[in-house]
Design a binder for this molecule. Structure first.
Ligand code: AMP
Length: 115
């Protein structure tokens, strides 16, 4: 289901251009417009799930498919020595686009580590 006001739904619909790196039935992935590392890909479910807090048994298949895609994209991007997957959720989590997405970041030794 599409949210007409959602930036990532517009990208999924092709209404806003993106640099696609992967697509399947459940998942779309594209390069972040403001990359924080040599590889910075946003992995997005094709269902409009607003945030991690909205994941439930009706939509969790999309989350599993996102992580299957992450493993494939990481291999395709040459991230064999590792990478980081980040999800920002809600205001305190710093989420700026209200459509669930996972940042896949790598291609460099990542230094800033919270946990
Ligand atoms: P977050 O702050 O976790 O919600 O992440 C949103 C991400 O979307 C940020 O890293 C932005 O740089 C990225 N972003 C915003 N607009 C676009 C766009 N049109 N194409 C690609 N990435 C975008």
């Amino acid at each position: 289901m599409k949210d007409e006001s959602c930036l990532f739904c517009k990208i999924l619909a092709g209404e806003i251009p993106s640099a696609k790196v992967y697509e399947d039935e459940y998942v779309f992935a594209f390069r972040d417009i403001n990359p924080q590392a040599p590889v910075h890909v946003l992995v997005v479910p094709k269902e409009h799930i607003p945030c991690a807090d909205a994941i439930d048994e009706s939509n969790s298949l999309y989350v599993a498919k996102c992580f299957e895609a992450i493993a494939k994209i990481a291999k395709a991007e040459g991230l064999e020595t590792g990478y980081r997957v980040i999800n920002n959720c809600g205001e305190d989590g710093g989420q700026s686009v209200q459509h669930l997405h996972f940042h896949l970041i790598g291609g460099v030794k990542l230094s800033e580590k919270i946990i």
